[in-house]
Design a protein around this ligand. Structure first.
Ligand code: BGC
Length: 369
């Protein structure tokens, strides 16, 4: 009798898990384009943060397609920036028999318990793009040089404004990414390493006085939050007609919010529109670069990142050592995670054709060309 009860309880748990996996918290994508190889019997769980930004949609699709081409079964889940939904998705992946997990986190420190379960089940975990913090349950990290992204943005602005030649003073405002994303800190460090000396010398002036990470950060990299902060900055510090020369944005989505606030306040491209930076080379950002609404972005080719990450998955599942090129930058407070860093590229009006069109990232027609 006790056994029967146990079996029934297990069955019920199983049914609930299947239901939860089907309709819980986020969205799952099961269709993929590209060639599927016959199953090799191994299952890979791919946890992505959100479909609200183009890059993650591409990341997920690339990972799924490339893993399936090697015969892996893929459980791709998006958590729509809901931290608890991502925890449940990872737990479900483990229960559903994942052999390896690839995780692009929402909150880098919120997955410690879920990842401990993976470790307890001998499931290797690869951090995708964003480092998994405060856990020893991560084996490898595939990403771009995140500090390098900040350096590229800083150097671009330095060159555009002629700062190295002593030009200025210019009025500038700063935005940073989400405080719970390790990448936001790395980017900001790279950026300020280049630009802080010019603030110190008075060539860059920040009328709002807001330069501290905790003041300029944008939770969840939200476009709306950025738009609101930009509106407040415009009305608080620029209403007297003070010229705004540049707005430093760490992400195309944030740049859209900044541009919307500027438009709302009557700024016009070609007259008093400031330099606006960005990251990800989203389609809309690229169109904005062509039309002059955004000045530059940082292109991180998601195809290359997915290639590197898939090779990592393959290696760990075959008991081999994956290719890494960095063993000292990414300390997650528990270990220095062996990483592969891809190289980001600054893109503006002058090189988008070569970087984004000639490389087939976008078709000319997608950009209205
Ligand atoms: C990624 C960026 C992205 C940002 C917002 C970061 O972790 O590295 O490419 O722009 O998240 O999604």
């Amino acid at each position: 009798m006790r056994n029967l009860k146990k079996i029934l309880a297990l069955l019920m748990t199983g049914i609930m898990l299947v239901l939860a996996a089907g309709c819980g918290g986020g969205s799952s994508t099961s269709s993929g384009s590209g060639t599927k190889a016959p199953s090799n019997g191994k299952r890979v769980g791919v946890a992505m943060p959100t479909q609200s930004s183009q890059r993650w949609i591409q990341d997920g699709a690339n990972m799924k397609q490339k893993l399936e081409a090697l015969g892996y079964e893929v459980d791709l889940q998006y958590a729509e920036d809901d931290v608890q939904a991502q925890v449940s998705q990872i737990e479900n992946m483990i229960t559903n028999g994942a052999n390896c997990l690839v995780v692009a986190s929402i909150d880098s420190s919120a997955l410690v318990n879920a990842l401990a379960q993976a470790k307890a089940n001998n499931i290797p975990v690869i951090a995708y793009d964003r480092l998994l913090m405060d856990t020893d349950s991560v084996s490898y990290y595939a990403t771009f040089d995140n500090k390098g992204v900040g350096t590229l943005i800083g150097k671009y602005v330095e060159k555009k404004l002629g700062l190295a030649e002593g030009k200025g003073p210019y009025n500038v405002e700063f935005f940073a990414g989400s405080p719970d994303d390790n990448n936001a800190h790395f980017l900001n460090d790279g950026l300020f390493e280049v630009l802080k000396p010019y603030i110190d010398k008075g060539q860059l002036v920040v009328p709002s006085g807001q330069t501290d990470f905790n003041t300029i950060c944008t939770l969840r990299w939200s476009q709306e939050t950025a738009q609101k902060r930009m509106e407040d900055i415009i009305s608080g510090y620029y209403s007297n007609g003070k010229k705004l020369d540049a707005v430093i944005s760490p992400f195309d989505g944030i740049s859209y919010g900044i541009a919307a606030a500027l438009e709302g306040a009557g700024y016009q491209v070609g007259t008093n529109w400031p330099i606006i930076t960005g990251q990800d080379a989203e389609l809309m950002a690229t169109k904005n670069i062509i039309s002059g609404k955004q000045t530059m972005t940082v292109f991180k080719d998601t195809r290359i990142l997915a290639d590197k990450c898939v090779l990592m998955v393959q290696a760990v599942l075959e008991g081999k050592d994956p290719e890494i090129n960095d063993t000292k930058s990414y300390d997650n407070h528990k270990l220095i995670v062996p990483s592969y860093l891809c190289t980001p590229v600054a893109v503006d009006k002058d090189n988008y054709q070569k970087e984004l069109v000639d490389s087939n990232y976008y078709k000319a027609a997608d950009l209205g060309l």
